[in-house]
Design a protein. Structure first.
Length: 696
């Protein structure tokens, strides 16, 4: 055996191993057929070289050699042909093209040279291929036409060879055609012009060309398997091209996976909108642009009204569809250069830039609200979608991204408080509120709060309880009343941390009073809805009680009527867990909200605090006395105690006493006082055993 041929066998063997190992790691139809193709190529070479050496009959050697080369070419074709959708179809096509080609080459190898028979084999083969191709696709495609044209050209070449009596030339023509067509399909399969596909295509064309060259030079069958070393160069080029193609595919897949990951990290999975991370980036870009071009930019916070209701009533699937429809409506109304992002469950944010008139964001908000006017059709069911929008504009309302988002958020809360389907621009008042909010946040960490205590008295004048009332001093605005800062703390969520602080402070204070006076005094603490609605509220209260050593039976939590009645089931559950701790519960400002009497008796309420607005007009002619009387008899029949809030005059006190109210709280007796003053009051009140009204 020539050295060149021995090297070729070794190289092909190595290629089989290489493609085998690639196939093990990346199983695909394409690689499977490439692997098979190289196995057939190796067998082709081995038969050609070893057949005569081991004394194999010439016909068998030539038949085997040409068949395996035909099979190799077929494998390379079906590996990349686009007309096949799966493995089975590829095998089908290979069989359709392979059987006539193999029949022809075997017949010629066995010296069967009847021209009509050979022509019939080729013609019937052509028919079978067309039939199979059509059954695979059932429609005309470019690939189908190329394949059909290539088959016709090949059949024509073979038939003319037969006509000229050059039967072996027909075998070469078939092999050459298969490899050249492999090249054509390969570059169609990889339309990107990169080094891998280009190398493979050139290799295949050269491979086919070399076979044509041998075929036309020498028609002797023995030369068909004379894989002279020079002729093998195209084979190596094809192998190199295929390996490069696989590597390129791997690099491409890795890049694609990276792109997918980056997209996932920056986009919301449900709506495909930018998420908070990307929103921050877009916003900072918009602000940088606005600074550079001296234009305005706006942030709009959009919160859907009653989305929770849609989710709870129709389920999460409908909720998801609902959100997607909302997004497509909103997207249709914003400019391409603007950003619509999903910033929370039912919250969206629009960043708009490159405008000058301050009225632009309001117009966009009007458009957005208008596009939601028409109910959304979700699974054939019309669902109304409205939203509240808060707008903040750069540089008017804030100078940085964080401030702008916070301002827009606050404006949105204000819109929500006003009702539904509204937008609100950040205003001067809102700016003050934001300033207060910033200082509240600071005060949580650095101090700035104070707690005062307003006493409540028994009818007989003994001190019964004190209500803890929070005070906040703003560094420039001075004392700010709770009616102003509590809603701001609630809107921003800061009330949760502030409420915890109050609870802890008051518990510590009550322990101090007990230790100093030997008397336990009941303390009433106001609780906000946001605090109360947290799942861990009762646990948190229990923790604070345990840590401070306060006696739960001397702690009363004041909840507002609206809070309790908003969700009676949840309130009842929460109240029961608090009662289990031994805490008492009062309903504050009773009569100002809406109470369903049918629910009231099912809640573990100890005290009703009659709102100051009723006490204020209790002594007036045609005033609120009948209402107070009704509330008291209601409380009595439900076994609850009553507190009259805001008693300021003797006339009010007289009526309250006459109506037999349990406790009295008001400026007539005492303004809110400091902790040490309570201690003083505690000792004197108990020593004197009488009521000591203080002047307002
Ligand atoms: P509230 O719980 O109904 O507290 C009673 C309010 O009425 C207190 O106002 C008190 O100073 C005032 N008041 C008491 N007697 C009289 C009176 O005779 N005449 C008049 N004109 N007013 C009287 P304040 O301290 O301004 O508190 C207002 C509201 O702020 C409280 O109403 C409560 O809802 C809320 N609040 C106060 N501290 C806290 C707190 O620590 N947490 C929470 N969540 N809310 C608090
Ligand atoms: Mg209160
Ligand atoms: Mg009250």
């Amino acid at each position: 055996m020539e050295l060149g041929n021995a090297i070729s066998i070794l190289v092909l063997g190595f290629l089989v191993l290489v493609f085998g190992s690639i196939l093990r790691r990346r199983a695909s139809d394409q690689l499977q057929f490439w692997f098979l193709g190289w196995v057939f190529s190796l067998v082709h070479l081995l038969t050609g070289q070893l057949g005569p050496m081991i004394g194999m009959a010439n016909q068998i050697t030539s038949s085997l050699s040409s068949s395996t080369n035909i099979l190799a070419g077929l494998c390379f074709i079906v590996a990349v042909v686009n007309t096949c959708a799966n493995y089975r179809q590829r095998v089908c096509l290979a069989a359709a093209a392979g059987v006539p080609a193999l029949l022809y080459s075997s017949a010629v190898s066995w010296h069967v040279t009847a021209k009509p028979l050979l022509s019939a084999i080729i013609a019937s083969g052509l028919g079978i291929i067309f039939r199979v191709l059509w059954s695979l696709n059932r429609r005309f495609s470019r690939d189908l036409l190329y394949t059909a044209a290539a088959c016709c050209a090949l059949a024509f070449l073979v038939v003319t060879s037969i006509a000229r009596g050059e039967f072996v030339g027909g075998i070469y023509a078939i092999q050459a055609g298969l490899f050249i067509f492999s090249g054509v399909l390969f570059c169609r399969r990889f339309p990107r012009w990169s080094i891998g596909p280009i190398t493979t295509t050139i290799g295949f064309v050269a491979w086919g060309g070399s076979l044509l060259g041998i075929g036309s030079e020498k028609y002797g069958l023995s030369n068909a398997f004379m894989f002279g070393s020079a002729w093998n160069a195209p084979v190596y080029v094809v192998a190199l091209g295929m390996i490069l193609t696989v590597l390129e595919e791997q690099i491409q897949e890795a890049a694609e996976a990276g792109r997918r990951l980056a997209h996932q990290a920056h986009h919301d999975a449900l709506t495909g909108l930018p998420n908070r991370v990307l929103l921050e980036d877009r916003l900072s870009q918009a602000l940088a642009r606005a600074r550079r071009t001296k234009t305005r930019a706006a942030v709009m916070c959009i919160d859907l009204d009653r989305f929770k209701q849609v989710n709870d009533t129709f389920g999460h699937h409908v909720g998801d569809l609902f959100l997607k429809s909302v997004v497509s409506r909103l997207n249709s109304r914003i400019r391409e250069s603007d950003t619509l992002a999903r910033s929370g469950g039912d919250e969206f944010t629009v960043v708009s830039s490159d405008f000058e008139a301050p009225s632009v964001p309001a117009r966009i908000a009007e458009n957005l609200l208008e596009t939601l006017q028409e109910p959304l059709m979700i699974q054939g069911c019309p669902l109304p979608a409205t939203a509240c929008i808060g707008i903040a504009t750069f540089p008017d309302d804030a100078k940085d991204a964080e401030g702008l988002v916070r301002a827009a958020d606050q404006a949105m809360y204000r819109a929500k408080n006003r009702g539904r389907n509204l937008y609100e621009c950040f205003s001067a008042e809102a700016r003050d509120a934001l300033d207060i909010q910033n200082h509240l946040r600071k005060a949580i960490d650095e101090g700035g709060f104070e707690i005062v205590y307003q006493p409540q008295f028994f009818k007989n004048g003994d001190l019964a309880c004190v209500e803890a009332l929070l005070r906040f001093r703003h560094p420039t605005l001075g004392k700010i009343p709770p009616s102003r800062f509590i809603p701001i703390a609630e809107e921003s969520g800061l009330i949760v941390a502030i409420g915890d602080w109050v609870l802890r402070q008051v518990c510590c204070q009550s322990v101090k009073w007990r230790n100093c006076s030997g008397i336990s005094l009941k303390v009433a603490i106001n609780v906000s809805a946001l605090q109360f609605n947290r799942i861990d509220f009762a646990d948190n209260v229990a923790k604070i009680l345990a840590e401070t050593g306060a006696d739960p039976s001397f702690v009363e939590l004041e909840l507002t009527e609206g809070l309790v009645m908003n969700n009676v089931e949840d309130s009842s559950r929460q109240m029961k867990s608090l009662k289990l701790l031994g805490i008492q519960i009062a309903v504050d400002d009773f009569g100002t909200g809406y109470s369903s009497l049918s629910y009231l008796h099912r809640l573990p309420i100890d005290t009703l605090k009659i709102d100051r607005s009723f006490v204020e007009k209790i002594a007036d002619l045609g005033g609120t006395r009948p209402i107070v009387e009704t509330i008291m008899s209601l409380a009595r029949s439900l076994g609850m105690r009553t507190v009259a809030e805001g008693v300021e005059t003797q006339a009010q006190l007289d009526i309250i006493r006459e109506l037999d109210c349990d406790f009295i709280q008001g400026f007539l007796f005492s303004h809110p006082v400091s902790g040490p003053e309570v201690l003083e009051l505690l000792t004197t009140s108990y020593r004197a055993g009488s009521l000591c009204p203080s002047t307002p």
